[in-house]
Write a protein that binds this ligand. Sequence first.
Ligand SMILES: NC(=O)c1ccc[n+]([C@@H]2O[C@H](COP(=O)([O-])OP(=O)(O)OC[C@H]3O[C@@H](n4cnc5c(N)ncnc54)[C@H](O)[C@@H]3O)[C@@H](O)[C@H]2O)c1
Length: 351
Amino acid sequence: MKTVLVTGGAGFIGSNFVKLMVKKYPDYNIINIDALTYAGNLENLKDIEGKSNYTFIKADIRDKEKIENIFESNDVSAVVNFAAESHVDRSIEEPEVFLTTNIIGTQVLLDTAKKYWKVNSEDKYCKEYKSGVKFLQVSTDEVYGALGKTGMFIETMPLMPNSPYSASKASADMIVRAYHETFGMPVNITRCSNNYGPYQFPEKLIPLVINNCLKQKDLPVYGDGMQVRDWLHVSDHCSAIDTVLHKGKDGEVYNIGGNNERANIDIVKLIIKTLDKSEDLIKYVKDRPGHDRRYAIDNTKITTQLGWSPAYTFEKGIKETIQWYLDNTEWIENIITGDYANYYSNMYSNI
Ligand SMILES: NC(=O)c1ccc[n+]([C@@H]2O[C@H](COP(=O)([O-])OP(=O)(O)OC[C@H]3O[C@@H](n4cnc5c(N)ncnc54)[C@H](O)[C@@H]3O)[C@@H](O)[C@H]2O)c1
């Protein structure tokens, strides 16, 4: 039986991934470790809580002792590292936690995995690992920096991150690469474009706009709103990670995207239209410092080499997503009131 350690599994993408894995692989053990920062919400995982192949452990990926204990007590065969500080605006306000979690946290996980996976952990020249082990680093297209009006990100491009967030993610990518080159560790790095879908924390564009529309509140749009992002439904991101986990070639980087470029302002207007609201709600605000103008992913490598392709069109995905937020206003209210933070103590008080 395979034991997959998923970090950051109480966040937006991590919780969607954990649910996919628990349901798709009943013969795997899925261990979700999460520090439950403001972005971690165990309510996202309610429907799999009682499953026998699922375990939640509250842990910080920077805590070496705790991570080592988890490896000591579980025969971990794969790590999928989602745990991160993920909001660019917050990284501008408070970069330090981005560096410690996103970089040092990744190094702690790598070091521990190396210790438990290497056939001879004492020998620094040993590049032999237990069979079937893998470290998968979930990264972002933001590590490549910004594009002009044309062109797309490909995996071999130099990394030119512009925000403290993307710089921390790029640093982590470099460390993961170094563990492969220096220690022979079986790794993959995935770099995905902007995600949307259920369970996204309402500080991010799409849930924020939906929620503010429903409450007739201003819709803040940075600068001229013409920043272009390449949107992918979260379940397509999760299926791509599953594909890389099982089929990815050791040491390789895979871009993930669905060829769906949209300007932020067009997304905002689409949501307004769908919810039958007025564009008067739009309020243009001073642009974010260092705001990248355009991202676009070339997904040729993952589609041709691993056979992955997205299942969602944007039209279907955004429609379902808006409906999900309409059907789950209580989920958003629990975040806004802060009640979601009590879920852990209510449900796991005996741990
Ligand atoms: N959201 C996107 O559009 C997007 C796109 C590409 C890549 N990514 C990457 O995917 C990953 C997940 O993104 P997300 O949007 O789900 O983020 P998120 O902020 O919703 O979730 C992050 C999770 O990590 C946990 N966490 C934070 N610090 C931790 C620590 N020190 N130890 C353990 N857990 C910790 C949080 O509690 C939270 O549950 C990130 O690595 C991000 O860089 C995100």
